[in-house]
Design a protein around this ligand. Structure first.
Ligand code: PAF
Length: 296
C-alpha cells in the first residue's frame, strides 16, 4: 500500500485521480464542485485502529472510488498533562487493517509537515469548542478543528468519515465545514461496540480487566436513557438524574459530564427531541471514556 508523507503528495494523489476521470474539466471548476469525477474519501485517524475505524474505512470504500486514511497523532488536541507521548502507535498493524478494509493510500505525515516551524494559525469554532469535551479538555476541539481543516485542504476529498462516538468533535467539524465553505461533506457512522456494549476506543487498551468491567456502566447508562425516552420520557432533567444515579452507584467512576444537548449547537436541551444528543464522559481509573446516543 502506498504511504504518502507530505501534503504535496496527498494533494497530487487526489488531483491525479480527478484528472483521470474528468480530464477536460478546469481545475477551478473541479475544486468548487467536487461532486464531479472520482469520489475521493478521507478517513482521518490517529492510528491504533480498531473495528470502529474499520467500519469507517469500509463505509468510505463503499461510497468512494479511492480512500485515503490519515494516521497522525495530532499534538495540538492534547492538553499538557494528557497522553500525547504514550498514545498507542501501531503503524504497521494500522496499514494492514486499513488496506484490508479498502483503503487506497495512507497519509502519515511527520508533525513538522502539518505544523511547520513557527505554525501559529488555528481554527477555533467559537462556543462549540468550549462545550462538552471542549470544556473539560481546554484547547482539544480547537486542535481537532485545526488538524482536520489542514487534512481537508490537503486531500480535497469529497467525503470524510467520522464516528458518532466523538459527537462533540462531529458538531464542531460540521460547523467548521459550513463556516469555511470547505468542499468536503462529513459522513457520520454509528458507534461500534463490543458484544458486551463497551464503545470501541483506542484508549480502551489502557483499561485493566477490572476497570474494563466497570467501564460497562457507561453503555448501560446510555441504554437506560434510550429506554426512558422510548418509554415516553421527554424531560432532560429526569433522564440526566437517572443517569447520574446509575453512575453514582459505581463509585470508582468519576463523572466528567452527563448532558442532553442539541447536537448541532451543543446547547443544553430542556426536552428530548429529534437531534438531541445524550452524552456522557467519565474517568475509569486514569482513562477518560465517552459514550453517547442521538435521539431521532
Ligand atoms: O477522532 C480522531 O481520531 C481525531 O480527533 C481526528 C479526527 C483524527 C483528528 O486528529
Amino acid at each position: 500500500m502506498k504511504i504518502l508523507r507530505t501534503v504535496t503528495e496527498l494533494r497530487n494523489w487526489s488531483r491525479a485521480l480527478r484528472l483521470e476521470t474528468e480530464p477536460e474539466t478546469q481545475l477551478d471548476t473541479r475544486l468548487e464542485t467536487r461532486g464531479a469525477g472520482a469520489k475521493i474519501g478521507l478517513v482521518p485517524t490517529m492510528g491504533a485502529l480498531h473495528a470502529g475505524h474499520a467500519s469507517l474505512i469500509r463505509a468510505a470504500a463503499a461510497r468512494c472510488n479511492a480512500v485515503a486514511v490519515s494516521i497522525f497523532v495530532n499534538p495540538t488536541q492534547f492538553g499538557p498533562s494528557e497522553d500525547f507521548a504514550s498514545y498507542p502507535r501501531t503503524f504497521q498493524a494500522d496499514c494492514t487493517l486499513a488496506e484490508a478494509q479498502g483503503a487506497t493510500v495512507i497519509f502519515a505525515p511527520a508533525v513538522e509537515e502539518l505544523y511547520p516551524a513557527g505554525a501559529s494559525t488555528f481554527v477555533e469554532v467559537e462556543a462549540l469548542s468550549t462545550r462538552l469535551d471542549g470544556l473539560s479538555r481546554p484547547g482539544h476541539l480547537r486542535g481537532v478543528a485545526t488538524v482536520v481543516a489542514k487534512l481537508f485542504i490537503a486531500a480535497e476529498a469529497d467525503l470524510a468519515f467520522f464516528g458518532q462516538k466523538d459527537a462533540a468533535q462531529v458538531a464542531v467539524l460540521r460547523r467548521m465545514v459550513i463556516d469555511l465553505r470547505l468542499g468536503t461533506e462529513i459522513v457520520v457512522c454509528p458507534i461500534v461496540r463490543e458484544a458486551d456494549g463497551l464503545a470501541l476506543s483506542s484508549r480502551n487498551i489502557y483499561l485493566t480487566s477490572e476497570e474494563r468491567v466497570r467501564a460497562l456502566t457507561l453503555s448501560r447508562v446510555i441504554h437506560h436513557a434510550e429506554g426512558l425516552v422510548a418509554g415516553g420520557q421527554r424531560r432532560s432533567q429526569v433522564v440526566v438524574e437517572a443517569a447520574r444515579e446509575m453512575l453514582a452507584a459505581e463509585p470508582s467512576l468519576r463523572v466528567d459530564y452527563i448532558e442532553l444537548v442539541n447536537w448541532a449547537s451543543l446547547e443544553p436541551a430542556e426536552f428530548v427531541g429529534s437531534g438531541t444528543l445524550f452524552a456522557i464522559a467519565a474517568w475509569v481509573g486514569n482513562t477518560r471514556l465517552i459514550d453517547n446516543t442521538v435521539f431521532e
